[in-house]
Design a protein around this ligand. Structure first.
Ligand code: ZN
Length: 152
């Protein structure tokens, strides 16, 4: 999925769930994190980048473990830092990364429980019209679900 669609889809999902612009912004930053960690495919050896593509940087357990560490830190069990705001920043960066991975899993394969175990389906090609239609459908779906949950 293109980065713009990762950010839009992630932002809409998180805003629909939290109604918080700051948490939405954190998650939108995290929505490109897994690809950013892989480096730029245009700088250096493309095939080296390609061999790392959707590897450990797209392993959900990494981000879930980081969220667990931040939550424990927030409870005061481990003193990484003493600011809940910084913990929320880290948690929602990871939420954005997790949503990025889920979004990649509908247009290819990504790691799941184990880093080398890849799962996913290819509903559309990255950058295709179908990808943009998928993103629009998610936005409309989140909006309608949000309205429905407000009514009930
Ligand atoms: Zn990706």
């Amino acid at each position: 999925m293109k980065w713009v669609n990762h950010q839009v889809v992630t932002g809409v999902i998180v805003y629909a769930a939290t109604e918080d612009f700051l948490l939405t912004a954190y998650s939108m930053a995290g929505a490109v994190l897994p690809d950013k960690l892989e480096g730029n495919p245009r700088s250096g050896d493309y095939w080296s980048w390609r061999s790392r593509h959707r590897g450990w940087s797209h392993w959900p357990m990494l981000y879930l473990a980081f969220i667990a560490v931040l939550r424990e830190s927030e409870r005061g069990h481990w003193a990484i830092w003493n600011s809940w705001d910084l913990s929320l920043l880290g948690i929602y960066l990871c939420v954005g990364a997790l949503l990025h991975i889920a979004e990649d899993a509908v247009c290819g394969k990504v790691p799941f429980i184990m880093p080398k175990q890849k799962v996913g389906v290819k509903f559309f090609e990255v950058g295709s019209v179908a990808e943009y239609l998928f993103a629009i459908a998610v936005v409309i779906g989140c909006y309608l679900l949000h309205l429905l949950l407000r009514i009930v």
